[in-house]
Write a protein that binds this ligand. Sequence first.
Ligand SMILES: Nc1ncnc2c1ncn2[C@@H]1O[C@H](COP(=O)(O)OP(=O)(O)OP(=O)(O)O)[C@@H](O)[C@H]1O
Length: 312
Amino acid sequence: MIEAHSLTKRFGERTAVDDLSFTVRPGIVTGFLGPNGAGKSTTMRMLLGLDAPTSGRAVVNGRHYADHRAPLHEVGAMLEARSVHTGRSAHHHLLALAATHGISRRRVEEVIDLVGLRAVARKRVGSFSLGMGQRLGIAGALLGDPATVILDEPVNGLDPEGIRWIRDLLKALAAEGRTVLVSSHLMSEMALTAEHLIVIGRGRLIADTSVAEFVARAAGEVVRVRTEEAERLHGLLAGPDVSVTTEEPGVLTVTGLGSERIGRIAAENSIALAELTPQQASLEEAFMQLTGDAVEYRTPAAHLVGAEGRAA
Ligand SMILES: Nc1ncnc2c1ncn2[C@@H]1O[C@H](COP(=O)(O)OP(=O)(O)OP(=O)(O)O)[C@@H](O)[C@H]1O
């Protein structure tokens, strides 16, 4: 379990994390989301005792990180910036880490296999690709078989197979009853991986909710209706809090009225419907809506869409 109590971090004039409180529970994957510069890494560093909060408290498994006698057994972490001696092999790096906690060689071999680095375990870390480095970071995080796992952007640099592997690994770790907190700016990835979300913008909490609730809350109710009498139905549905648009002939997109109500209005007026479909906004759309004001470094919209791999 991870608890942030009114965490605040200032760097000079800049407030990177602003009165942030949340709890991350065991047994599910919790996604930590926010636009670039939102304060995710700084928060994770405070959880791990690497940055001291200006005020507030970070507690992991009931204690400050620094108060754990054998922290690798409590919290396994991988932060974005890797601090690995590039001249060492993966095997040696993990052995050195294991030695600090009296962790056995056998466990080192186990995690090497678990992260799929067996074939390159004796190679110098300096020659590793970004994806291999991520796998090594995860091996280090899991070395102490910790109850809590904190990973900063773990899918960075991984290929599709690697991304799928991380997704399955995180879910398996949570299913074993561990607390799993994973940061990302990739909404689509979190939708597939996380069950719960903590969303921040400009260092402040924007949402602490399940993935399903997050989308529903941000998106509002949108229903697609197809009928040969679109024009007549349009007139019947229109109202002060209802917006009806026509994107293609015979198809209405209705916001502000539920599908049940639309179906009833159509029936009362003897309008046959060919389709009546509640739409779900994608997580990206929901995220954009919620964090719109909190984006620090804004990219032109077309670039943002492209970066997320979605068609306009
Ligand atoms: N050591 C530091 N000194 C000064 N400012 C800092 C420092 N570390 C972070 N910041 C600032 O604090 C804010 C939050 O940064 P942080 O790296 O925590 O965000 P993030 O959500 O992890 O972003 P990203 O997704 O880009 O990694 C940013 O405005 C950043 O410039």
